[in-house]
Design a protein around this ligand. Structure first.
Ligand code: PLP
Length: 409
């Protein structure tokens, strides 16, 4: 399969070369050689071959209250290396530490990077659980395919990640709301400045203990709709979790914060369709023009990151079957009209880090659109449906609610 993939790449690349790229002749020779030298390579790594060489100099644990998201890292990491010539090497658990890379490595020049974000939770009995890891691993595979980085068997990676989580188990806080954030990452490390597929790659995973997103109850956010920049477009890479999508999103985020908003809302097209909230998927609960209650989220049309939380919320809502559930286009004018008619009920963003993030206001073209929170309790920072999704998902993630989405490590 991989062999075929590389041949196809080499073929399309040499065609592109002829057509448009300014590319030295040796570059396509290099790719051809790679393609023909891949006959013996293995298409995946194997968790059964894992080399366990965990850290012997254990760090001091950080007290729960002092945890800041993404600042504290555990004792160990997972590392798996790939070379076009020999395929995947053996996975290894090794002490957390710096990477040594050549300055010419393609990750630094052409953004050969994709990543995942998932969590391990400790349940009441002290058992460790993952939440729908198959979805994260499939998504990483799709992201890596988009970047012509090597593919792998997703079940093998789940097993390797379970081993990493076992090695770092003492870092998983047991208090409710706390968890171990896991960041699997793949980079291209080819030492070659030609713009072509990378003939070397590293797949690694690091972990950080994290606290609850809302330490003292929900905190609803205000959003500034970004009108001068777009996050993703048809045929682009907005549906892949690749590093190149994120750095360009910081500037609109900073601009929104300078204006007093907490996050930015991404729009697309002439009719300002909603796409995502910062780095979260976006949900709107409203009464539609036919008088039906409807939960709406933008469809997976290539511009939306297919969130695990998004999929889980759609799954729960369809299972409850209490209101209409739609993956469809929704525009700013529909939001404005619904708000004016008193039909806008709740809005929230979704993602692994926060589960749900209630939205209280949107700034758009100089006006402020108020989004209701809890009509019964003005002090509550989330609407009843937002809260219900949050509580149900946390219940499943921490194993309080029996559900096939929660996987024991
Ligand atoms: C990761 C991510 C999400 C949320 O995905 P989850 O799988 O729910 O964590 C949403 N939007 C973007 C742009 C993301 O990168």
């Amino acid at each position: 399969m991989l062999l075929k993939r590389l041949f196809t790449q080499a073929h399309t690349l040499s065609k592109t070369t002829a057509a448009s790229l300014v590319r030295p002749a040796y570059a396509s020779i290099h790719i051809q050689q790679r393609a023909s030298s891949t006959t013996s390579e293995s298409d995946t790594f194997h968790a059964s071959k894992l080399i366990k060489n965990p850290s012997t100099k254990l760090k001091e644990l950080v007290p729960n209250q002092e945890l800041i998201f993404g600042h504290t890292f555990t004792d160990n990491m997972l590392m798996i290396e790939w070379e076009a010539k020999n395929g995947w090497g053996k996975p290894a658990i090794k002490p957390y530490g710096k990477l040594s890379l050549d300055p010419s490595a393609v990750v630094f020049h052409y953004s050969f990077e994709c990543f995942e974000g998932m969590k391990a939770y400790k349940d009441k009995k002290g058992r460790v659980r993952l939440f729908r890891p198959d979805l994260n691993m499939n998504r990483l595979r799709r992201s890596s395919e988009r970047l012509t980085l090597p593919t792998f068997d997703t079940n093998e990676l789940i097993e390797c990640i379970k081993e990493l989580v076992r090695a770092d188990e003492r870092w998983i806080p047991s208090e409710r709301g706390y968890s171990l954030y896991i960041r699997p990452t793949m980079i291209g490390t080819s030492e070659f400045l030609g713009v072509g597929p990378s003939d070397r790659a590293m797949l690694f995973a690091i972990c950080c203990p994290v606290g609850p997103y809302y330490k003292t109850g929900f905190k609803a956010v205000s959003l500034q709709a970004t009108v001068d920049k777009i996050r993703a477009w048809p045929g682009g890479t907005g549906d892949a979790k690749i590093g190149g999508n994120y750095a360009p999103g910081i500037l609109p985020q900073i601009n929104a914060m300078k204006k007093g908003f907490q996050q930015n809302l991404w729009l697309f097209g002439k009719d300002n369709e909603l796409t995502e909230v910062g780095t979260m998927n976006c949900f709107v609960f409203l009464e539609n023009e036919h008088g039906e209650k409807e939960l709406v989220t933008p469809p997976l049309n290539g511009m939306i990151l297919p969130g695990v939380t998004r999929d889980s919320i759609l799954g729960l809502a369809r299972e409850w079957n209490e209101f209409k559930v739609s993956e469809r286009k929704i525009t700013m004018s529909e939001i404005i009209k619904a708000e004016q008619d008193g039909r806008l009920i709740e809005m929230f963003g979704t993602g692994t880090a926060c589960v749900v993030s209630p939205i209280k206001m949107i700034g758009f073209e100089g006006r402020e659109i108020k989004v209701p929170l809890d009509p019964k309790d003005p002090n509550t920072q989330a609407g009843p449906l937002t809260k219900r999704f949050n509580d149900t998902l946390l219940g499943i993630q921490y194993g309080d609610i029996e559900h096939p989405w929660s996987v024991l490590v």
